[in-house]
Each structure stands twice: as C-alpha cells, then as structure tokens.
Ligand binder design. Structure first.
Ligand SMILES: NC(=O)c1ccc[n+]([C@@H]2O[C@H](COP(=O)([O-])OP(=O)(O)OC[C@H]3O[C@@H](n4cnc5c(N)ncnc54)[C@H](OP(=O)(O)O)[C@@H]3O)[C@@H](O)[C@H]2O)c1
Length: 227
C-alpha cells in the first residue's frame, strides 16, 4: 500500500477515527478531516485538515489545500442523527441539517475532490451509509424512528448510484457501505460490533472494490443490502 492516500471525513471520533488509525498502521498516507482536532490529536503520520461537511466554503478550502494531490480512497464517513426520534419529535430545521451533513456533504466533498480521485490508483469513494436507509430491509429488525437519519441514508444511496455513473469515465468506483451496528458514540453501548472489527471489514471491502461493482450497497460482511 506504499504511497497510497486515503481521506476520511469525520475522523475525530468513532469509525472515522479508527479508519484513520488502521489505514495509517497499514502504511497509507492518511488525511484525517474533521471539524476540529480531537483531544489528544492523531497518531504520528496522520495529517489533520479541517473540514465541516455542512459548509460548502469549508469543502472548497479543503479542495484548494489538496490541489494536485492524488487520492486513492475517499471515505465519506461524517454523519449525525437527530436529537430525538419519532414523528412527533421531527423538527424541520434539524431534519434538513441531518440531510445537509449525511447526504449533501458526501456529494459536495466527492465533487470537490474529483480531480484528486482522477489522479489516484483504482480510486474508490466509500459512502458510509446505513441499513436504516434501506427501504427493503431498514424496518425489518430495527425500531429506529429517526426520520431524518433514515431519509438521509436512503438519499445517500441514490447519490451513490448517480455518482457511480457520473464518475465512471474517471475510473472511480463508488460504494454505499453499511458498517453494522457499531460501538461508537452514535451506535451506543448496546451495539454488537467493536469499532475495530467493523473498520477492518470496511477496509477489506474497499480494498476489493472493482469498477464493475460501482453503485453497490454492501454491508460490512460483504453481503449486498437490498435497496
Ligand atoms: N455506529 C453505528 O452503529 C452506525 C451504523 C450505521 C451507520 N453508521 C454511520 O457511520 C458513520 C460514522 O458513525 P459513528 O458511529 O462513528 O458516529 P460518531 O461516533 O457519532 O462520529 C461521527 C463523526 O462524524 C463527525 N461529523 C458530524 N458532523 C460533521 C460535520 N458537519 N462535518 C464534519 N464531521 C462531522 C463527528 O465529528 P465531531 O466530533 O466534530 O462531532 C464525528 O467525528 C456515520 O455516517 C454513521 O451514520 C454508524
């Protein structure tokens, strides 16, 4: 993996932090992006660049800082949930804030870094989605009532498919990935997957990604999630 570069959004905590750590341990050049440097900083060799995915100006600034640098993998990981779940709790402004971060953010970041991905080797964009956004599977065994979160991740899936088509001429593979129910601030203590395990699995899928699979929605265990 010598010389390969990955950029991870939302890298200060949770899955993003562990992705940055594991890629760096694997010899990758890691650009860890977040709204602020986490307490204690990052491991040696991880480069931090500020990025608020809800702010187009912040995305433009990142792209300007990275001009001309090849990017092999972009992980659109930053994400949020609503403060409260359920129809009665739905706050219109908060709903749109969640969509701005979870759906529009990955699209704008990908567009801004398209030239960098074009310079990469077998470039991959991994949009960290969620089975909660699957219309076929999301309600089967998940009583999550967070309308904004579910809708934002369903819309992210459509963005993945559209990006896959638009970036195909550049040789960029675009995937939606469900990380499982993971022990992070978002997943909570009852979650079943250690963050290290989910991250290892996500990295395996990203490493195996092929252009003919572009636009797929895959779970951490490699299973194709139904839309
Ligand atoms: N954990 C699970 O069980 C689970 C399941 C399915 C999908 N996912 C998805 O996996 C991804 C990572 O989740 P996680 O569990 O690691 O969550 P987490 O522990 O809550 O971490 C979320 C990360 O996103 C960042 N973030 C939020 N808003 C941002 C913004 N506007 N700009 C830049 N960064 C922002 C946070 O940064 P700050 O520190 O600045 O807030 C934090 O680093 C999310 O997309 C989530 O939807 C998680």
């Amino acid at each position: 993996m010598a010389g390969k570069t990955v950029l991870v959004t939302g890298a200060g905590r949770g899955l993003g932090r562990e992705l940055a750590r594991q890629y760096a341990a694997g010899g990758w050049q890691v650009i860890a992006c977040g709204r602020g440097l986490p307490a204690g900083g990052f491991e040696t060799g991880i480069e931090f660049l500020p990025l608020d995915v809800a702010e187009p100006a912040s995305i433009s600034m990142l792209a300007a800082q990275l001009a001309g640098r090849p990017l092999d993998v972009l992980v659109n990981n930053a994400g949020v949930r609503s403060r409260g779940a359920g129809l009665h709790c739905l706050e219109p402004d908060e709903f749109l804030d969640v969509l701005r971060i979870n759906t529009l953010g990955p699209v704008l970041v990908t567009r801004a870094l398209r030239a960098n991905l074009r310079l990469g080797r077998d470039p991959v964009v991994a949009n960290i989605g969620s089975r909660a956004g699957s219309m076929a599977e999301g309600l089967l065994d998940d009583d999550d009532d967070d309308y904004a979160y579910r809708c934002s991740k369903a819309a992210l899936n459509m963005a993945t498919v559209q990006l896959a088509r638009d970036l195909q001429p550049d040789g960029v593979t675009v995937l939606s990935l469900h990380p499982g129910w993971v022990k992070t601030d978002m997943g909570g203590d009852d979650a079943v997957l250690p963050v290290e395990e989910s991250t290892r699995a996500l990295r395996t899928i990203i490493a195996a990604a092929k252009p003919e699979c572009s636009g797929a929605f895959l779970a951490f265990d490699g299973r194709e999630v139904r839309w």
